[in-house]
Write a protein that binds this ligand. Structure first.
Ligand SMILES: Cc1cc2nc3c(=O)[nH]c(=O)nc-3n(C[C@H](O)[C@H](O)[C@H](O)COP(=O)(O)OP(=O)(O)OC[C@H]3O[C@@H](n4cnc5c(N)ncnc54)[C@H](O)[C@@H]3O)c2cc1C
Length: 450
């Protein structure tokens, strides 16, 4: 059997999940990744993988058990402080008891562990490291594509090129001119290594999962990692040029952190500020970008985008990696469906992927935008707590409605069954012997009393 020649650009969660799904179904593919090797990336936060998307992708990829071995369900808890240090909500005594139930069953896994797990599941040599793509060029004589790398190296003859190369994708320009725009949120990205040992008070403050301190239009967002570190973001609504406008010298990060906190979080609770002040030296400034919500493009034969390359969104609904891996799942399924007739079937399969992905991405991006509004609300953390309470009340009302409907249906079914039973057992049966057989007494649905 011949297979299409498939290049996946980018070895992030989307690219590696797709590679695993294809290889698990005996379809060869090659991942081209800019990182020098699998050990190049040792940092990164933690990701919660959702049931119907990322977890489903791992199930179909045959590596769900490995995920369970690394997953941290205890990392799902959420705690919210206000800027004065008052606890507004704390789930550390009971996971998921205060958030909408749709947010439950989302165990955390460290980004580095997810990557290692996916890499270990792939065929040897299927990831080409140190390959920075600069351009994809359609072949002038056939319907294949050539890949141009920063080193000058060119790979030729790909029937499918999948852009899984994140925010600043070099595959995306083949289908759209759209570029990420600034979301209005920036700040510092810091890490407290070994938090419980080096800073036990801050470890305690964070708890086992996520700890948000939310004030008007700003937040200090901390997340427990599996290796004992706490990753923390001090983010705020700010103009894109805030870093230059501030006059703070971010090349001297230790001094910069103090000035940054003084200027933007001056009257905040000291516990929240200490999360930044006592962090490791290798902190960085980070700005959040996104692609337009509802972005679409005309499908192009042989080209597909997955994950952030297709629909970069801010992390505030915690769905980025989930929708990325869901893309991988749907693209893999569509390619697998036409694997015996790919020469004719591929264009329609990729078109279908695009059409479904656009709908899915828009939905998730809207959710993310809504959560950005809640994280950086002028009323601070109380807005998020109230949102959770409203959603839980709606969930409770819907559940009560469903319960009432089910009870009504059961009662109706029991009544019909009982009537049927009376009709069927209406009179005493007469055996061929001529003896009467006593009729059973119907006690409930199909239950006979001796
Ligand atoms: C601070 C922060 C916190 C986040 N927290 C969460 C969270 O809690 N939950 C969640 O669901 N999502 C979160 N996200 C979003 C999530 O990280 C992304 O949505 C997810 O990583 C997307 O996966 P991806 O594979 O599409 O892209 P990426 O993870 O960006 O992977 C892209 C890969 O492509 C490679 N690459 C890039 N350019 C090239 C090139 N030119 N040539 C070759 N290779 C290239 C990169 O090295 C990388 O390995 C967060 C994002 C950020 C920035």
């Amino acid at each position: 059997m011949t297979y299409p020649k498939i290049a996946i650009i980018g070895g992030g969660p989307a690219g590696l999940t797709l590679a695993r799904l294809l290889q698990h179904n005996s379809i060869p593919c090659t991942v081209f990744e800019v990182d020098a090797d699998r050990y190049a990336r040792t940092q990164g936060g933690t990701l919660d993988l959702h049931e119907g998307s990322a977890q489903l992708a791992l199930k179909e990829a045959g590596i769900y058990e490995q995920f369970l071995a690394h997953a941290r369900p205890e990392g799902e808890v959420l705690k919210i402080y206000d800027a004065t240090g008052r606890v507004l909500m704390d789930e550390n005594e009971g996971v998921g008891v205060k958030r909408p139930s749709a947010m439950n069953n989302r165990p955390e896994i460290d980004r580095v562990l997810l990557r290692a797990m996916l890499l270990d599941s792939l065929a040897e040599d299927s990831v080409k490291w140190g390959m920075k793509l600069v351009k994809v060029e359609p072949h002038p004589d056939d319907e294949t594509y050539n890949l141009h790398f920063a080193s000058g190296h060119i790979e030729t003859g790909f029937d499918i090129v999948v852009g899984a190369d994140g925010a600043w994708s070099k595959v995306r320009p083949l289908v759209t001119d759209a570029k990420p725009f600034y979301s209005g949120i920036s700040g510092l990205d810091v890490k407290l290594s070994d938090a419980n040992v080096r800073n036990p008070d801050l470890g305690k403050r964070t708890g086992g999962g996520m700890c948000l301190t939310l004030g008007p239009n700003k937040g200090i967002l901390a997340q427990r990692n599996g290796d004992g570190a706490v990753r923390c973001y001090a983010f705020m609504r700010a103009a894109e040029s805030w870093e230059q406008d501030s006059g703070i010298d971010f090349s001297d990060m230790e001094t910069a952190k103090k000035e940054f906190l003084e200027r933007y979080f001056g009257d905040w609770d000291q516990g929240a500020k200490d999360m930044v002040l006592r962090s490791d030296p290798d902190s960085l400034v980070r700005s959040m970008y996104m692609l337009p919500i509802g972005l679409t493009w005309p499908s192009r034969a042989g080209i597909a985008l997955i994950g952030d390359a297709a629909h970069l969104m801010t992390p505030f609904a915690g769905v980025g990696v989930n929708v990325a891996m869901e893309d991988s799942l749907h693209l893999a399924r569509n390619i697998i469906t036409v694997k015996d007739s790919w020469q004719t079937g591929l264009p329609a399969a990729l078109q279908k992927y695009d059409a479904d992905m656009f709908v899915r991405a828009e939905e998730y991006a809207k959710q993310t935008w809504m959560y950005l509004g809640l994280f950086f609300h002028e009323r601070g953390g109380i807005a998020m707590v109230e949102h959770f309470e409203r959603t839980r009340s709606r969930e409770a009302a819907t559940a009560a409605e469903e319960e009432a409907k089910t009870t009504a249906l059961r009662t109706e079914a029991a009544r019909e069954e009982s009537e049927k039973g009376t009709l069927e057992t209406g009179g005493p049966e007469v055996h061929a012997s001529g003896l009467e057989i006593p009729s059973p007494v119907v006690a409930g649905i199909g239950q006979h009393v001796e």
